[in-house]
Design a protein around this ligand. Structure first.
Ligand SMILES: [Zn+2]
Ligand SMILES: [Zn+2]
Length: 179
């Protein structure tokens, strides 16, 4: 009885060791053979690539300053992102000189949602606050209707909170900042 238990343990150890071996080999292959692809997908900034049209998804709207496209992980039926063509990490790096851009992005998002037949008075329109940002490139969320959002998304896009700020509040704060 004891001997068979020992053998079983040995077999388990052997299995574990070979599993770790296989994992190490896979990891090694990933870093050597896959490195070329790896570097390609690890673009310096995904949203810079999208805004400058070197990468999908399809753009829904475009101006000289920003683009609007569908969020990859929609929080409701309608969920769009307005992304400036210039790289700003988040609302934290903006100052009063950016009020014009932020106002135009806000107006653009509102007009875009209205054109989709959305009641913008109820829509969620705003920015995540670092470190609660999924992409380190400024992006304005436009979401509707809020009633279709999951419990977790309601929390994630809840404002005012220390992780999400409405577009209007962001504008008001920027206007109070120095240049
Ligand atoms: Zn960027
Ligand atoms: Zn966000």
């Amino acid at each position: 009885m004891k001997d068979t238990a020992k053998i079983r343990l040995k077999k388990k150890k052997l299995l574990l060791v070979s599993l770790i071996g296989v994992l190490l080999v896979l990891l090694f292959l990933n870093y050597t053979i896959g490195l070329g692809d790896y570097r390609k997908t690890e673009a310096p900034c995904l949203f810079c690539d999208i805004a400058n049209k070197s990468l999908l998804p399809k753009l829904e709207y475009e101006t000289d300053e920003y683009v609007i496209f569908k969020d990859k992980y929609p929080a409701s039926t309608h969920h769009y992102l307005a992304v400036p063509k210039l790289h700003f990490e988040s609302i934290k790096v903006l100052n009063r000189s950016h009020v014009g851009l932020v106002q135009r992005m806000h107006n653009g998002m509102v007009e875009f949602l209205i054109a989709k037949g959305i009641d913008t008075s109820k829509a969620v329109i705003g920015y995540h606050i670092p470190p609660f940002i999924s992409q380190k490139h400024l992006h304005l969320h436009g979401i509707s209707p809020p009633s279709e959002m999951s419990f977790w998304n309601r929390i994630s896009f809840m404002s005012p909170s220390f992780w999400f700020k409405s577009s209007q509040n962001t504008l008001d704060s920027l206007k109070r900042l120095d240049l």
